[in-house]
Design a protein around this ligand. Structure first.
Ligand code: SF4
Ligand code: SF4
Ligand code: SF4
Length: 380
């Protein structure tokens, strides 16, 4: 009985090495799990493979043409060669064709150093004379800078389709697709409108996966360290890594190991961290205290700090905030709340609180304030 639940394994040979792979696996997967490198460009884990870039072509014994490793399933007794002079030559020409239609200026490209095309150039190389012959008139398509968080430079795009598949298969929005035909082929929104006029939700998932400098964040700063944490914006609680440089957060990326979001983030988790360092940020509660006598009764000082970041609780009087300490603020709130009970009172809780804090809050509202009038911002 347990055997029926087990996956069948296929035996094959890759580069003279006997390998086992689960039935239905591709040659690429089998090679990767055996530690054998096959170059890829349009392949992206978690997305369907389209085999458009042809960089992963391999030889299969007794078959005439080369096959894309990312799309070819393993077969029992298959013998695969992933690397010889003929395959290398085909890969080099394929790479030259990609480069001939690409704004190949690594020195000025913000992706330089993490670009997968650049990595392949270093691994596979190219023939300069042949590339010069293949080179087409440089594209000069307009860069879409409409999105507040990222730019799209079609002159750098290699039409791998990763962004299109990401938006369709992972995000489920399908804001972009391949538009036009032949040499005019390009990534396009519906009606070739700017990103901000499309249904794009600015999650940046496509930007995260673009292998070259075509979809690129507006501002790139490289972190010096990363901190593993949980996004505090909403109740989903996505796992993420915050990239820190000095005391400043410069990047956020999803935690692929986290079962909640498996590496994905929404616009808030990926791009919404500027508020953390804002001087306008409230870091303490605000209390309205209009009556000077009431303030004196609660021992509230009136030391105003215009223009400074808030570091302590404040009370508001005639449009101005006055700094107070936590004890004074809590005493003031408590002495005001005693005047209300039951349906006179309603409360709303925050997704930025922990589960424990939210539990305590609802307990307080139900037991102390004697009402079930409580809701949570995640439902609104
Ligand atoms: S930012 Fe998100 S919604 Fe917009 S195109 Fe990219 S993946 Fe699609
Ligand atoms: S924008 Fe990037 S991910 Fe999308 S097709 Fe072009 S190169 Fe590929
Ligand atoms: S705000 Fe977005 S990234 Fe953050 S926890 Fe919610 S869904 Fe995840």
């Amino acid at each position: 009985m347990p055997n029926q639940l087990m996956t069948n394994h296929i035996s094959l040979n890759i580069n003279g090495l006997d390998v086992k792979a689960p039935e239905g696996a591709t040659i690429l997967k089998a090679a990767q799990s055996a530690g054998i490198y096959i170059p890829t460009l349009c392949y992206c884990p978690g997305l369907t493979s389209e085999g458009t870039c042809r960089i992963c072509l391999v030889k299969i014994e007794k078959k005439k043409k080369l096959h894309p490793a990312c799309r070819t399933p393993v077969e029992e007794g298959m013998a695969v060669i992933t690397d010889d002079s003929e395959i290398e030559q085909v890969r080099r020409v394929t790479l030259e064709l990609l480069l001939s239609d690409h704004d190949f200026n690594c020195l000025l490209c913000p992706k330089s150093g993490t670009c997968r095309l650049q990595e392949l150039v270093n691994r596979i190389g190219f023939d300069e004379k042949r590339l010069n012959r293949l080179n087409r008139v440089a594209k000069d398509l307009p860069v879409d800078t409409s999105n507040p968080f990222f730019d799209f430079n079609p002159n750098k795009c290699i039409q791998c389709g990763i962004c299109v598949r990401t938006c369709r298969e992972i995000v489920g929005v399908a804001a972009i697709d391949m538009g036009y035909r032949g040499y005019e082929l390009k990534v396009s929104t519906f009606g070739d409108k700017p990103f901000t006029e499309s249904v794009c939700v600015s999650c940046g998932e496509c930007v995260e996966r673009c292998p070259v400098g075509a979809l690129i964040p507006k501002k790139i700063e490289y972190p010096t360290r990363e901190v593993k944490t949980t996004c505090a914006y909403c109740g989903v609680g996505c796992g993420l890594y915050l990239g820190v440089r000095g005391d400043t957060i410069v990047k956020a990326r999803g935690d692929c190991e986290n079962p909640v979001n498996r590496g994905e983030l929404c616009i808030r988790g990926r791009f919404g961290n500027k508020f953390i360092h804002s001087h306008d940020r409230l870091s303490s509660p605000l209390v309205r205290a209009y009556d000077p006598l009431e303030r004196i009764a609660h021992g509230i000082d009136e030391t105003s700090h215009p223009g400074k970041p808030l570091a302590a609780p404040l009370v508001k009087r005639e449009g101005k905030f006055v700094e107070v300490n936590w004890d004074q603020a809590i005493k003031y709130v408590a002495s005001t709340l005693v005047h209300y009970k039951g349906d006179q009172f309603a409360a709303i809780s925050s997704a930025k609180c922990t589960n424990e804090e939210n539990y305590l809050f609802q307990k307080f509202v139900r037991v102390v304030m004697e009402t079930n009038n409580i809701d949570h911002c995640a439902r609104l």
